[in-house]
Design a protein around this ligand. Structure first.
Ligand code: NAD
Ligand code: TYD
Length: 341
């Protein structure tokens, strides 16, 4: 099996590539990534020399490039992924998340190969009570979520119209190693370590349903191997929490790990203006994937967040290069030759 993984230098797909190479010793991974600000080859440093791994720097919007790549199936993670950036400028979201996905669907149609599309629970919008299931209406509220919902609908249309073998997963908020420090959890950890203010949007009572990235990777694998063609699978670990509770838990744990007094970092909490169109609550019902594939989340939040905090504290060099803006220079020195193509 030669798997094309798009967006493999990002947070979730870099974790997924590591998972595939160890779980499926006979698989070869081709990682196609444009290396936007969010793509970081350092995320893959431990596996980049593997003979079962190939990196191609390229854009999923580049159809000619896609046509020249050999593979048997596609797992499509590449996306513009940050809500705040989509509020500032939606265009790159429309190009990559919609037009890029359409290119991959065309290739999957031509080659009659499986495409697993990685989507998000944000396509369902916000819900005050109850849980999103796969039949919940799509009610996206941010340009990011709207671009992901659009790509989900394109996938659906290719299944219905062209009979391609495709599936969609919609996962809740991920956390874990290698997450870009613009997202809530790594931002709080890195700001706490650097004693910088922690911006909490609105009243801090927005609820997200958090899943460890390793559980998401196992779920993607389960759907790829055991899911039914044409189906949508929600992925979540039934772990809803208000943002402020997570922020406080992180600040307590970081203070403890750094040998500071209890509460020493709490003053960093800074309430700021709310995000425009800020979804109040996401909550996923993962019963279908559990029933049909036997997948279950394995990482309890307390254990997962503690491990994640420890990972960030132990890998300060990794995130310092990002927050200082130095990492693009680092790429050019470390990977210059490969980045010329
Ligand atoms: P990320 O921003 O960390 O990584 C995205 C990757 O895609 C980067 O490596 C980037 O360089 C690459 N990329 C962007 N545009 C590209 C293009 N035009 N061509 C090729 N590569 C391109 O994202 P993430 O958080 O790892 O999310 C991965 C996927 O999972 C996305 O589709 C996202 O919608 C979905 N998802 C994310 C979460 C979450 O909590 N982070 C939850 C559910 C679903
Ligand atoms: P984020 O990690 O951006 O994920 P998403 O918007 O896709 O859920 O944000 C998670 C939650 O944290 C969301 O309710 C917005 C909030 N948030 C803050 O309060 N402060 C911040 O600095 C960030 C980045 C997010």
């Amino acid at each position: 099996m030669r798997l094309l993984i798009t967006g493999g230098a990002g947070f979730i797909a870099s974790n997924y590539i590591r998972h595939v190479l160890s779980a499926h010793p006979e698989y070869h991974v081709v990682n196609l990534d444009k290396l936007t600000y969010a793509g970081n080859l350092e995320n893959l440093r431990d596996i980049e020399a593997s003979e079962r791994y190939t990196f191609i720097r390229g854009d999923i919007c580049d159809r000619e490039l896609l046509e020249g790549i050999e593979f048997d199936a596609i797992i499509h993670f590449a996306a513009e992924s940050h809500v705040d950036r989509s509020i500032l400028d939606a265009r790159p979201f429309l190009e990559t998340n919609i037009m890029g996905t359409n290119n991959l669907l065309e290739i999957a149609r031509q080659r009659e190969c499986t495409l697993l599309h990685i989507s998000t629970d944000e396509v369902y919008g916000s819900t005050a009570e109850g849980f999103f299931n796969e039949d919940s209406p799509l009610m996206p509220n941010s340009p990011y979520a709207a671009s992901k919902a659009s790509s989900d609908l394109l996938v659906r249309s290719y299944i219905e119209t062209h009979n391609i073998r495709a599936m969609i997963t919609r996962c809740s908020n991920n956390y874990g190693p290698y997450q870009f420090p613009e997202k809530l959890i790594p931002l709080v950890i890195s700001n706490a370590a650097g004693r910088k203010p922690i911006p909490v949007y609105g009243d801090g009572m927005n609820v997200r349903d958090w899943i460890h990235v390793s559980d998401h990777c196992r779920a993607v694998d389960a759907v790829f191997h055991k899911g039914s063609a044409g189906e949508v699978y929600n992925i979540g670990s039934r772990n809803e929490m208000p943002n402020i509770e997570i922020v406080k838990l992180i600040l307590e744990t970081v203070a403890e790990r750094l040998g500071l007094e209890d509460g020493a970092l709490m003053d960093l909490i800074t309430y700021v203006d709310d995000r425009k169109g800020h979804d109040r609550r996401y909550a996923i019902d993962p019963a279908k994937i559990e029933r049909e594939t036997g997948w279950k989340p394995e990482t309890a939040f307390k254990e997962g967040i503690t491990g994640t905090i420890e990972w960030y504290l132990a890998h300060e060099e990794w995130w310092q290069r990002i927050v200082s803006g130095e990492y693009m220079n680092y790429y050019n020195v470390q990977y210059g030759e490969r980045l010329k193509n």
